[in-house]
Design a binder for this molecule. Structure first.
Ligand SMILES: Cc1cc2nc3c(=O)[nH]c(=O)nc-3n(C[C@H](O)[C@H](O)[C@H](O)COP(=O)(O)O)c2cc1C
Length: 405
């Protein structure tokens, strides 16, 4: 695919280098268009070497090629990272006083702005209005991350890491309409990752959940405008998605307490975590030793079923969530296929939506791709085609819309 990476003149311009590299390494043809200010931060040679293409900032270079029109027309995706306050102001006005803004006017593909600036600049009414204008023109303006800015101050305005911008950009290449602002003002709780049930100070019972699917859901829900709380168990060292509140837990019981707490007042709860069904009855205070007196079995007790508990709380009027979504990792056997078990589970749990992944043979767990079915309590069944976990997340969030209205 042809990707234009626009780079604004902010301190985070160095992160654009990693982003360009990710695009070229995944086989895309990348044209970098920095602003004049961006070249104060990163040299033209760096962008030329990383992209393998010439780099210009103005409209008067290579005039016979008319790049100010052609680059935008031919692009499959335009990503601006970092998007400065000034650049977004010029883009919102429809100015075309350099190659990047001219390109933005001719592009008809998805356009993703990844803003980066100090919190004061991000929250200024002028910037807020410019972001609204750009979104009304069809551009996707990503929520920035919170954290350390230039200097010692912190707050929203930080450029998300290159991996995260890459994930959003890749999703737009899979599905151009995957990031609408349809969850604006909604509160969403997402659980992710696997729980760990201790046996002694060293050992635990765990599972193979990587957290990737739950993180993809949390990331996308936030980018679609929701206020997201992500209750995360053990993951494969994933970075916290931008604009998401992270609550870290370990055991099934801790996850239940955290989910119940944050579900109060939420519009939707999405249980993508792999929660242990059983935990050891006894947790040894000291490491269980080999040798005499060693245990030859572990006595287990059932943990509380978080999903069923949420449904029950709603039935009792203790929970107002309009959408309760479950995930099921299933395998078929001689008594039934994956879908048969999933339909039974949906009925048993009483949630509004159940996403079923067939697991085993390198599927669903730990990998970056997923597929399955989306079952609705109203009897609807939708096949979720094979694609990235972000793509599957976008289909799940689409299905939330009607439940929240
Ligand atoms: C050290 C330094 C860091 C800057 N960082 C940012 C930033 O992160 N975000 C931003 O909007 N402007 C930042 N600016 C201000 C922009 O460089 C300035 O507004 C410039 O006109 C932006 O030009 P451009 O949008 O055409 O790239 C910074 C300026 C300096 C000197």
């Amino acid at each position: 695919m042809r990707i234009v990476v626009g780079v604004g003149g902010g301190i985070a311009a160095y992160k654009a280098c990693s982003l360009v590299r990710k695009f070229t390494e995944t086989g895309h043809d990348v044209r970098v268009i920095p602003t004049e200010s961006a070249l104060q931060f990163v040299g033209k040679a760096t962008f030329e070497a990383l992209s393998g293409n010439p780099v210009n900032t103005g409209v008067f270079a290579d005039v016979p090629e008319v790049p100010h029109v052609r680059l935008g027309q031919e692009a499959d995706l335009v990503v601006i990272a970092p998007a400065t306050a000034d650049l977004m102001a010029r883009a919102a006005m429809g100015r075309a006083d350099d190659l990047l803004t001219a390109t933005l006017l001719t592009a008809r593909c998805p356009v993703l702005f990844a803003p980066a600036m100090h919190t004061e600049m991000w929250l200024h009414p002028a910037t807020v209005a410019n972001v609204r204008t750009l979104r009304s023109h069809g551009a996707i303006v990503a929520e920035p991350a919170s954290g350390r800015l230039t200097g010692a101050d912190t707050g929203p305005g930080r450029l998300p890491e290159a991996e995260e911008i890459f994930a959003l950009a890749s999703l737009l290449l899979e599905r151009a309409d995957a990031i609408p602002r349809d969850l604006e003002g909604r509160r969403v709780v997402v659980s992710a990752g696997g729980t760990r049930e201790p046996l002694d100070p060293v050992r635990f019972l765990g599972n193979r959940s990587s957290g990737k699917q739950g993180y993809a859901l949390a990331r996308l829900a936030a980018q679609r405008g929701a206020h997201v709380t992500l209750v995360a168990g053990n993951t494969v060292g994933l970075d916290t998605p931008a604009a998401v509140d992270l609550v870290q837990v370990t055991t099934a019981e801790q996850m239940r307490v955290a989910v119940d707490k944050h579900a109060a007042g939420a519009d939707a709860v999405i249980m993508a975590a792999a929660v242990a069904d059983f935990r050891p009855v006894h947790v040894a205070a000291a490491k269980i030793k080999k040798g005499a007196g060693e245990p030859n079995s572990i006595e287990l007790i059932k943990t509380d079923d978080i999903l069923s508990g949420l449904v029950q709380a709603r039935r009792d009027g203790r929970l107002g969530a309009a959408a309760i979504v479950g995930f099921a990792a299933e395998t078929g056997d001689e008594n039934g296929d994956v879908l048969t078990y999933a339909r039974a589970k949906l009925k048993r749990k009483g949630c509004d939506l159940l996403i079923v992944n067939a697991v085993g043979e390198g599927r669903a767990f730990e990998v970056d791709h997923n597929d399955g079915w989306l079952l609705g309590a109203d009897g609807t069944e939708q096949a979720l085609d094979h694609g990235s976990k972000a793509l599957l997340a976008s289909r799940v969030l689409d299905a939330l819309g009607p439940l929240l209205r």
